[in-house]
Design a protein around this ligand. Structure first.
Ligand SMILES: Nc1nc2c(c(=O)[nH]1)N[C@H]1C(S)=C(S)[C@@H](COP(=O)(O)O)O[C@H]1N2
Ligand SMILES: [Mo]
Length: 319
């Protein structure tokens, strides 16, 4: 039932690591009970009303990360059923179901722009470039909710180093798949598609910036941005683009989708900042999913180690 695939090392500069992905096919409907039996996942969990009937492939050999918080983690059910993913729906509960047949293989990621090694990488080769780590991060949505998730991935810097950006590369831009046939939200004009996000190069190179392909020890569910996304734990959630097909290195600051949509509300930096309110609501507090009382929001979402990236900048102006 669990098939081990050996690592295919795409090129000489990529460090071979004992990285295996156990693959299992997407299981649905009647197969769920059987899947629960063989995988050891409690049937009760799989049978929850809103939980989609998926037992995802396990990611083996993850290392623990020093960047992980020891705070209580949210449940898999929370994280896979309460999603912001406008390509599928503006409703938080709908992406889980609407994304269930989303095709994440084969999946090509184009690396281009100001970079010496322009290439199109198969996502399975890309995610084997470095050893997977489990990073338990706080994740704060600009709308005021937060979650704690054990993501799986490796530092974005691992990929960037291997792409060899030119000296002109000052920013990195991420583009989400554009496929209105598969993504019903893209048949609406709620945002300008495809979804684009960006980081300054030093932000992208910060070890906290995670190239993410899994959570809770398994490959990402589609609604959480499979097969590949970024996680920037010190920034509001919308910076963490999902289902990425292109990583482009640029000289000019990318125009991210939310800034384009409402420039007075969403800036380029979007660092979590309790002292800078959204024009329509306060950012001083947040509600952790599953909790009743709000808790104070921390500067940089508590990731103080990024503060030096912004020294000398007016964070009210550069929101
Ligand atoms: N392509 C794309 N990426 C996206 C979004 C989106 O709508 N489209 N939503 C963002 C927002 S606002 C948040 S809070 C996080 C939510 O990630 P999660 O559903 O895995 O918690 O994804 C971000 N990435
Ligand atoms: Mo968000």
């Amino acid at each position: 039932m669990l098939i081990k695939k050996s690592v295919a090392i795409p090129s000489s500069e990529i460090t071979p690591k004992a990285t295996y992905l156990n693959r299992r096919n997407f299981l649905a409907g009647a197969a769920v009970a059987g899947a629960a039996a063989v995988s050891g996942i409690a049937f009760r969990d799989l049978a929850e009303p809103r939980l989609i009937a998926a037992a995802n492939a396990k990611i083996e050999g993850t290392q623990k990360s020093v960047f992980s918080t020891t705070e209580k983690q949210n449940s898999y059910k929370d994280v896979s059923n309460y999603n912001n993913f406008y390509e599928f729906s503006t409703d938080k509960y709908e992406p889980a179901d609407l994304a269930k047949n989303f095709k994440t293989r084969p999946w090509a990621v184009t690396i281009d722009g100001e970079v010496k090694k322009k290439q199109v990488l198969d996502v399975d080769a890309l995610i084997k470039m470095a050893a997977p780590e489990e990073r338990v991060y706080r994740h704060r949505c600009v709308e005021g909710w937060s979650i704690v998730v054990p993501w799986v991935g490796f530092s974005l810097s691992e990929l960037i180093k291997r792409c060899d950006p030119t000296p002109k590369a000052k920013y990195v831009e991420f583009t989400t798949l554009y496929d209105p046939k598969q993504m019903p939200g893209q048949r609406t004009g709620v945002l300008k598609w495809p979804y684009v996000e960006g980081l300054r190069m030093d932000e992208a190179m910060h070890p906290l910036a995670l190239l993410c392909f899994g959570m809770y020890g398994e490959v990402l569910p589609n609604q959480d941005g499979a097969p590949l996304r970024v996680i920037l734990p010190w920034k509001y959630g919308f910076k963490s683009a999902k289902s990425i097909v292109r990583i482009r290195f640029t000289t000019d600051q990318p125009l991210n989708t939310w800034q384009q949509s409402a420039p007075n509300e969403y800036g380029f930096y979007s660092n979590v900042n309790p002292n800078v309110d959204h024009p329509r609501w306060s950012q001083a507090k947040e509600r952790r999913l599953g909790e009743f009382f709000k808790r104070p929001t921390l500067m940089f979402n508590g990731y103080d180690q990024v503060a030096s990236l912004y020294s000398g900048m007016d964070l009210k102006k550069n929101f």
